[in-house]
Design a protein around this ligand. Structure first.
Ligand code: UDP
Ligand code: MG
Length: 308
């Protein structure tokens, strides 16, 4: 029989895990044409998550787990999960029930019967999300769509089911700075999208603060586009041109009407402005440099402490 692996990154999910597990085994019972494997990745939780997972593994031999030596972040946990999984099909989903397991049967049949390589999900609403967060999220997707070659879909969740072939493609991208939404799009393959209404997490709270999301979105842009680099030279070019025009204007003005030597406030403003732009552009370059730095160090994406 074919095997489907379900990878679940968990970070302090002691409250949602039992609920999630009950739901997923309910779905697994319905899908009796395929064997299940559950890969729980404990991302250095500080609560009782690991013990709950161990208990599940004792009671159910389909459950396997890895536990990190510290919190490495969801991206690392996702990577570890799919690397550890053995199935012919691999699904990744959150432990908080925001990714409804009930979609799995349809997702599987899209791959098996309709010939897709991947079944992915997206939210068609952002209900229950803070307004500012939605606004910035939309803006991020709009920018990224324009400047990135990888297809990154607005509202796409990490919840997806992939064939072994696609999983191997994702695993072949062993980059340290991981932005899964971009990676899934970059590897290509035929993807069927399933839409669902946003669901709020059943228990516990989200690990993403606004600031964390902001940093993550910059990582996403840097990882999948070099347009900001080109943009900084464009801005530089524009300022060269503007200053040239300004010089011509000032020289002709001085020649025509003399030099009353006023106007230092505007001068100061210009100095600040140009200085700001320069720092901004250096910052852009710095971001790429930082990524190159981290990438060349070749550090492991995660470190396993226990597995079972
Ligand atoms: N997660 C993780 N490591 C982290 C943060 C989150 O493994 O450092 C897991 C978390 O346990 C959950 C999933 O990633 O299963 C999504 O996290 P969360 O629900 O906090 O994100 P949101 O759904 O709000 O985007
Ligand atoms: Mg969530």
């Amino acid at each position: 029989m074919e095997i489907i692996s379900i990878c679940i990154p968990c970070y302090n999910e002691e409250k949602s895990l039992p609920i999630f597990y009950n739901e997923i085994i309910r779905i697994a019972k319905l899908m009796n044409e395929i064997e299940f494997e559950f890969v729980f990745v404990d991302d250095g939780s500080s609560d009782n998550t690991l013990n709950i997972i161990k208990d599940l593994a004792k009671a159910d031999n389909r459950v396997r787990y890895i536990s990190f030596s510290r919190n490495f972040g969801k991206e690392a946990a996702l990577y570890a999960g799919i690397k550890y999984s053995k199935g012919d099909y691999v699904a990744v989903m959150d432990a908080d029930m925001q990714d409804p397991p009930a979609l799995l049967p349809n997702m599987l049949s899209a791959i098996k019967e309709e010939g897709y390589d991947c079944a992915a999900t997206r939210r068609n609403s952002r209900n229950g999300e803070p307004v500012i967060r939605s606004f910035f999220a939309r803006m991020f997707y709009r920018i990224v769509k324009k400047i990135s070659k990888a297809e990154i879909i607005d509202g796409a969740r990490d919840f997806r089911l992939m064939t072994r072939q696609m999983v191997n493609a994702v695993l072949s991208m062993g980059e340290y700075n991981r932005f899964s939404k971009g990676i899934f799009g970059w590897v290509g393959f035929k993807t069927k999208w399933f839409e669902f209404e946003n669901i709020e997490r059943v228990a516990g709270e989200t690990k993403w603060s606004f600031w964390k999301l902001f940093i993550y979105s910059i990582e996403g842009i840097v990882a999948f586009s070099t347009v900001p680099l080109a943009l900084s030279s464009l801005i530089g070019l524009f300022f060269c041109f503007a200053s040239f025009v300004l010089i011509v204007v000032i020289i002709s003005k001085t020649l025509l009407w003399g030099d009353p030597a006023t106007g230092w406030p505007s001068l100061a403003s210009i100095v600040f402005f140009v200085g700001g732009i320069q720092l901004f552009c250096t910052g852009i370059i710095g971001n790429y440099l930082a990524n190159i730095y981290l990438e060349t160090k070749g550090r492991p994406i995660y470190i396993v402490k226990q597995e079972g």
